[in-house]
Design a protein around this ligand. Sequence first.
Ligand code: ADP
Ligand code: MG
Length: 286
Amino acid sequence: AVPTAILAGTGRGSTMGILLSGPEALERARSITTVVLDKTGTVTSGEMHVRQVIAVADASENELLTLAAAVEQGSEHPIARAIVHAARERRLDLAQPEGFQNLPGHGARASVSGHEIRVGRDAAADGLAAELTARLAQQGETPVLVWRDDALLGAISVADQVAPDSAEAISQMRALGLQPVLCTGDHELVAQAVAAEVGVDRVIAGVLPEQKAEVVRQLQADGNRVAMVGDGVNDAPALATADLGIAMGGGTDAAAAASDITLVRGGLRTAVDAIRLSRAVNRILR
Ligand code: ADP
Ligand code: MG
């Protein structure tokens, strides 16, 4: 039989917007030492907007945006949505892309009006691409490079905002003795800017989707008991690997399915509430 304290905790959780995958979820949350936080959509709102469009070749800003948006129509990524939205706002006509290809953790590519267009990041960029990347990232904006037939056309930067309760949630984590770690596929400088804003001092950036679970495993190997909080398809393996997986409400189904706890409402503070609730329940059990 399920102990009364767990039943009570489960009921209390549901009134707080905390949905448990089963009675063992509260027990798993008990001795967490470290909380790995996805950036986009977890610490930040996930609602990206285009900030700058910089053309460096013989294409205008609008041509650059048109080509990038044509490709991004095929993607569900928050960056892709921001770029398509910005193009629509400027009333640009978008061609149908052909042979769309998602490049997880990197960007996307497609053929547009007979040209191969690629959008996204390039960790090994040099020259102008590296300069543009550094300049935009220094401003806390995520750089999206745009190439046509392997020639750099320029960059578009996107950014979202730190969610209103993230800083408070992170200071509550510290008060509970938990170490927050920011883990993201974004550029190091962008991640650092967000981390500084919310008071996180450990940042692991430029992580490819398949490496997120590896980051969790490494922290576990170092003796930590790890909770992972995320919302994206990319986060699912890490959420499943963590000692406790917490999916943000409004995130992907894949993230929720891989998690022990789903936050049906509220932001990061509800994740802290879940860990606190679990401690209270486990105190009664022992
Ligand atoms: P996160 O860890 O923030 O969820 P992702 O793993 O989805 O990030 O992506 C990592 C990086 O790859 C992004 O910060 C961006 O630079 C680039 N990227 C991924 N998908 C796209 C896309 N559709 N368009 C442009 N850039 C992208
Ligand atoms: Mg995310």
